[in-house]
Design a protein around this ligand. Sequence first.
Ligand SMILES: [Zn+2]
Length: 86
Amino acid sequence: MSQQQFENFTASSLYCDKCKTAMPVRERLLLILPDKEVYDYLCTGCASSVGQREVTAGEKLMAQNMAARRPRRRAAAPTPAQRLPI
Ligand SMILES: [Zn+2]
């Protein structure tokens, strides 16, 4: 379940200058700051950096909220039949 959320959040492939094509990338945590985290994207073909992404504390919170909301919504909708006394 958590893997699905992660996929939405990360780029699966980016254009690589060295490979001259879009390559699958690996995400690497580069830097942790008090208010944000910086991720580095490495080409899986030549291991060169093809991009970076910053995740601010606000974005992380939003993602966490959205992630928490999804399963909760399902749980909050039980089958109505169970509530019938008969
Ligand atoms: Zn490459």
